[in-house]
Design a protein around this ligand. Structure first.
Ligand code: NAD
Length: 435
């Protein structure tokens, strides 16, 4: 099939590349000419494990192209995926301006039988509105579908190629048939291809992200209670996780969720509910608890240093909002960095992939360290904000030798508290007694 993917970000680039890899002819389109020029030179502008090799393989095979020429890409396409960003607007709702701009640009070039698919996360009713918009612009009924994406950054290729399920919202048999054929190679292990209305498909995406966010905020609140009342959240986690009704997934306490999806999608669902006169009590609390959780490390550090951080040096391991990505959108580490800088501390940072993005935002306000141990040199404490594998088994002797004071604030509970005490560290973590 001939596919055009409009919007070549995390989702568009991964989807386009995976569709090319399964034998389709894919053109990825973006308005960012710099990004397209880089991709055309074989440079992948984001870090996603395995992506660079896969892009290069499919470009060489002639199945994957990059362009800013939207009309040409759309004119020949059987399927057009819309994968532009839908960021948070000032009032919390999803900003769909990029999507509507694309619908307008796509309309004059669509083939009669082309299927236009919203892959971006969009509010319930957007697909129907896009259908009406296209009808107005083309004078005919176009084939529209909603196909929300569930991939996780850091494991995006695997998630795309081996999805737990594919959700499609359609109103025409033709759209269903085309998408079913397209996804067949990814569903060979009999994972379901779930057909529903576009509204249900759109809602499914928000409900999935809202529930995952709820689990995170829930366990964070329980961790905070453990700290106050006694108890170790890790023991509690084990105690509940073995209950087959509960399980372990997404019940790791930490420094709050970040990224380009959970925060904005929870808020967009709040905005949608309010628009319909419904009070979204749980969703509001999930967001609020998460915002508070991003302050937890700050509170611990503040208390430890008696509120005086001026002239102190703090090391931070992990800047990305999660491991195996360079994405720093809404990353909890940035909240801590802002606080430390405001207090007059020197901040020495390390992240295996996200430092270029952080440097773009903070310039020379931070000390960037290529090696994790380098960040600890003469630091008064280390804060761990992202659970990169690199940080799980550090050289304890080297750490003790580098840090000015052997103090660790672990926002990801990477280490055993008793052993940290034995190793000679002053160790603070989440929902467990400080030692
Ligand atoms: P992104 O910001 O990485 O990429 C969006 C791309 O769209 C950018 O390259 C931008 O230049 C391009 N763009 C904007 N306006 C355009 C236009 N008019 N024409 C062509 N290109 C245009 O965003 P993303 O993280 O890939 O997310 C895209 C959508 O997918 C969002 O709705 C997001 O909520 C959803 N989503 C994201 C993830 C994720 O993990 N990142 C997962 C599932 C769903």
């Amino acid at each position: 099939m001939k596919i055009a993917v409009i919007g070549t970000g995390y989702v568009g680039l991964v989807s386009g590349t995976c569709f090319a890899d399964s034998g389709n002819e894919v053109t990825c389109v973006d308005i960012n000419a710099e990004k397209i020029a880089a991709l055309s030179q074989g440079e992948v502008p984001i870090y996603e494990p395995g992506l660079e090799e896969m892009v290069s393989y499919n470009v060489s095979a002639g199945r994957l192209k990059f362009t800013t020429d939207l009309p040409a890409a759309v004119a020949t396409a059987d399927v057009i995926f819309l994968a532009v960003g839908t960021p948070q607007d000032d009032d919390g709702s999803a900003d769909l301006s990029a999507l509507w701009a694309v619908i307008e640009s796509v309309a004059p070039h669509l083939r009669d039988d082309a299927v236009v698919v919203t892959k971006s996360t969009v509010p319930v009713g957007t697909c129907a509105r896009a259908f009406s918009q296209l009808k107005e612009l083309t004078g005919r009924d176009c084939h529209m579908a909603s196909n929300p994406e569930f991939l996780k950054e850091g494991a995006a290729i695997d998630d795309f190629e081996k999805p737990d399920r594919v959700v499609v919202g359609v109103r025409t048999k033709h759209a269903e048939t085309v998408l079913r054929q397209l996804y067949e190679p990814f569903l060979r292990t009999e994972k379901p291809f779930l057909v529903m209305t576009p509204e249900s498909a759109e809602m499914t995406k928000y409900v999935a992200n809202a529930l995952l966010s709820t689990k995170i905020s829930f366990i964070n609140e329980m961790a905070n209670l453990c700290e106050k009342m006694g108890g170790d959240i890790n023991d509690v986690r084990r105690g509940i996780g073995h209950d087959s009704r509960i399980g372990f997934a997404f019940l790791f306490p930490g420094v709050g969720y970040g990224g380009s999806c959970f925060p904005k999608d929870v808020r967009a669902l709040v905005a949608m509910a309010e628009e319909h006169g419904v009070a979204p009590e749980i969703l509001r609390a999930v967001d609020q608890v998460n915002e508070q959780q991003k302050q937890v490390m700050i509170e611990k550090i503040k208390e430890h240093f008696n509120g005086n951080l001026s002239g102190k040096t703090i090391a931070i391991w992990g800047l990305a909002f999660k491991p195996r990505t360079d994405d720093i959108r809404e990353a909890p580490a940035l909240v801590l960095i802002d606080y430390l800088l405001e207090q007059g501390a020197t901040v020495q940072v390390h992240d295996p992939e996200a430092m270029p993005n952080v440097r773009q935002q903070y310039g020379d306000k931070l000390q960037y360290c290529d090696r994790q141990m380098q960040a600890l040199k003469d630091a008064d404490a280390l804060a761990i904000m992202t659970e990169w594998r690199d940080y799980h088994r550090p050289d304890w002797e080297a750490m003790l030798a580098s840090l000015r004071s052997p103090t660790i604030f672990d926002g990801r509970n990477l280490f055993d508290t008793v052993r940290m005490q034995e190793r000679g560290f002053c160790y603070h973590s989440i929902g467990r007694p400080a030692v």
